[in-house]
Design a protein around this ligand. Structure first.
Ligand code: ADP
Ligand code: MG
Ligand code: MG
Ligand code: MG
Ligand code: MG
Ligand code: MG
Length: 711
């Protein structure tokens, strides 16, 4: 998270009158960047992940696992690790630089990124897990003996009433805390002025506490509120991800319940702005798919939920819309209703591509018309202008009094104020000021996984998918209403195994059969092409829309994609396909996660195109085999041969001896769960249903023989 400089934060009544000033200057700042960068090309692939983790403090005598609120102290020490000569000694082979550590919303959270981004080298993919493990080890070596770094998406007992869930213990303070929550106190929030201000200003703009509700998992002995009747959960058909009126739910009332979850994000740099727009659009339909595949959040506020993922929780946790904007009152002060929270799925595609048909942007996305007109008047095309005009319907949430007036040539802070508080599934990131960093796309829907093996596998998969999208000019467009529908489906209990998702049937370019994809150069046919046997750069950046760029050569022949299409082994599906086609139309189908990832009939699946991409590049067999190990996780999880972390955690809870079939996740259960997750990560506790039988953990979890930095 790019922290704004520390200063004196303004409260909501002070910030609101500045909104127009901030938006105006934000657009000026963006236009300055646009002018500098709109025609620049040639940025290579650089990419990196962000891992968020919790620090837990274990008390074996209770026993209980608490959230350790020592973020500030720990980060203070981690600030200097880049220069730590001692640490250089432990830098694992393949890891190019010491990782960096960042604050996050929860006062028990640490975010980490690689010290410098990975390059477009295929071999770099094999350093991702090493880098992630190194980060975990560095954090671990800065913790107290009873603390552990844990990559859980939601902390099961955060906010349980009349219970201790933090170390030191905290009390809710509905009078004075920024959230006014009845469940969590001020101390769970990062003390940096930005975070309490964000919390308070969201609540004040909204006009009430945030109101988060997830369906409760109803078990035999679950005590339901008076007057609420509900069938037992656990049947084949889970309820919708948002509770229906009259059904039991888990209630949460603070930003921390959502922003205090951990996730996995991937950012990559594009060749130029066009490529960034293309990849952005293609990843929008992938976001719900990956949410389902990574689902890891089955418990909130001490109860089992009847959802598997965090998304609706975090969306509701920062929903600053007024009652008018939410459509609960006739419009008076607000210019329009706003259908979504600031944290939500994408509502507009942005690429200038004939395949980006207007009818695919079929959800209501209100725009700031003044902003759109200004951007168009400055030479931006309508699609990209509309994207920013949609982001700029929002008010700024945090402004420091010292930085109200900025040099719009040298600062992007006002732009970032709006941009960085539009937390969508995919983010289009313009270049920062005064930096060589170019146009980037960030993929943001994934949940954090218990092990770095999984986190690395998912990161590698997304990066390779982005390369396949570019290299094969893939078309994933589907109506955004379907994507939104998929977002809800993705969160339902057991979605990865049991649900279906809308997806496009035909993902290859229409003219693909007329030219040979395999012999298209996957990297520009220039001096950058490595000699045989050398590491192949991953980035086929110059070949977006190969046909338009003249890179297609028109020869027939053996395309990896043609091979996939010609595969005759799926003919038995034909009648089924025809049946579904009748109800779904020829363009889109409802597919299981297995089908979306592993393919069905002529549809190659996301892994099919990734495999075709890997086959098309000139890499050594060993590297390809090592990458296969990661892709197998994706394949097997999508198939249902491996379970999601959500299913693993849910099963752990429901089969725990202390579980009383009452939906309650007790201290004892959470303590054992946290210990189990740590042991699974280190490889000292087998979890073949989650990781397969060949998983090798990180061992002791600490730096090999390193001194403890905690003292
Ligand atoms: P934010 O919190 O704003 O999303 P972070 O700085 O935490 O961003 O993380 C950004 C990620 O992007 C990191 O993994 C980093 O390695 C990666 N990254 C850095 N520079 C580039 C670049 N030029 N292109 C692509 N990715 C980059
Ligand atoms: Mg983060
Ligand atoms: Mg970050
Ligand atoms: Mg964040
Ligand atoms: Mg961030
Ligand atoms: Mg990020």
């Amino acid at each position: 998270m790019g922290l704004l400089a520390l200063g004196t934060p303004l409260d909501w009544p002070e910030t609101k009158p500045l909104a127009e000033h901030i938006r105006n200057h934000g657009i000026t700042q963006f236009l300055n960047t646009w002018k500098r960068w709109k025609d620049r090309s040639g940025e290579g692939l650089l990419w990196g992940d962000e891992i968020e983790m919790f620090v837990t403090s274990l008390d074996d005598s209770v026993p209980a696992a608490y959230l350790s609120l020592r973020q500030s102290e720990i980060l203070e020490k981690l600030k200097n690790v880049t220069e730590d000569p001692e640490l250089q000694k432990y830098k694992p082979t393949g890891c190019r630089s010491i990782p960096t550590f960042h604050p996050e919303y929860g006062r028990y959270m640490i975010e980490s990124t690689p010290g410098c981004p990975y390059t477009g080298s295929l071999k770099d993919l094999l350093t991702v897990e090493i880098d992630m493990r190194f980060r975990r080890q560095i954090v671990h070596s800065h913790l107290l003996p009873n603390e552990l770094p844990i990559t859980l998406t939601s902390w099961p007992r955060l906010g349980v009433e009349n219970a201790v869930f933090t170390d030191p213990p905290t009390q809710p303070d509905p009078e004075h805390s920024a959230s006014k929550s009845q469940y969590v106190g001020q101390l769970i929030t990062n003390p940096h002025a930005r975070f309490p201000t964000l919390t308070a200003n969201i609540r004040q703009r909204r006009g009430s506490l945030v109101d988060i509700r997830v369906p409760l998992y109803v078990d035999k002995n679950t005590v339901l509120p008076d007057g609420v009747k509900a069938p037992l959960s656990g049947g084949a058909v889970p309820p919708p991800a948002k509770p229906e009126p009259g059904t039991p739910y888990i209630h949460m009332d603070a930003m921390g319940f959502g922003m205090g979850c951990s996730c996995l994000q991937i950012t990559f740099q594009a060749f130029n702005v066009q490529e960034a727009r293309t990849v952005y659009d293609a990843l929008v339909p992938i976001a719900p798919i990956m949410l389902a595949l990574t689902a890891a959040a089955p418990a909130f506020r001490g109860r089992l939920a009847d959802v598997d993922a965090r998304w609706n929780v975090i969306a509701a946790s920062v929903d600053d819309r007024t009652e008018e904007e939410r459509g609960l009152k006739p419009l008076k002060d607000a210019p329009f209703t706003i259908p979504k929270s600031r944290y939500d799925s994408v509502s507009l595609y942005i690429a200038n591509d004939a395949r980006n048909k207007p009818e695919y942007s079929d959800v209501y996305a209100p725009i700031n018309e003044k902003v759109r007109e200004r951007l168009v008047a400055n030479g931006l095309d309508n699609k990209i202008a509309t994207h920013f005009a949609h982001l700029f319907i929002r008010d700024p949430l945090v402004q420091f009094s010292e930085t109200i007036d900025q040099d719009d040539d040298k600062s992007m802070d006002h732009f970032e104020n709006i941009q960085s508080t539009n937390w969508q599934t995919v983010r289009f990131k313009p270049p920062p000021v005064g930096s060589p960093i170019g146009w980037r796309v960030e993929f943001r829907s994934m949940e954090i996984q218990p092990t770095d093996f999984e986190n690395a596998a998912l990161s590698i998969f997304i990066v390779l998918l982005s390369r396949a999208i570019i290299s094969f000019d893939l078309n994933f467009y589907q109506p955004l209403s379907q994507v939104d529908d998929n977002m809800q489906r993705a969160q339902q209990r057991n979605a990865a195994r049991a649900n279906k998702f809308w997806f496009r049937r035909q993902v290859f370019p229409e003219d693909a059969s007329s030219y040979d994809l395999e012999s298209r150069p996957v990297s520009p046919p220039n001096a950058n092409t490595p000699p045989e046997g050398q590491d192949e750069p991953l980035s086929p950046t110059a070949v977006v829309h190969g046909h338009a760029n003249g890179n297609s050569n028109g020869h027939g022949g053996k395309s990896p994609l043609n091979n996939l299409r010609k595969s005759g082994s799926f003919s038995s599906c034909t009648s089924l396909l025809e049946e579904e086609e009748a109800s779904e139309g020829p363009e889109f189908a409802q597919m299981t996660l297995d089908e979306v990832i592993n393919g069905r009939g002529e549809f190659p699946g996301l892994l099919g195109v990734v495999n075709a991409y890997i086959n098309s590049i000139n890499a050594d067999v060993q590297t390809k085999c090592e990458i296969r190990r990661y892709l197998d996780l994706i394949k097997l999880r999508a198939k249902g041969d491996l379970v999601t972390p959500a299913t693993y955690i849910r099963n752990f809870i429901t089969t725990h001896p202390d579980y009383k079939q009452d939906s309650i996740v007790s201290d004892q259960i959470q303590y054992d769960l946290v210990k189990a997750i740590d042991e699974v990560e280190r490889g000292v506790r087998a979890a073949p249903e989650l990781l397969g039988k060949d998983y090798v953990g990180s061992g002791s979890g600490t730096l090999n023989g390193a001194r403890s930095h905690a003292a």
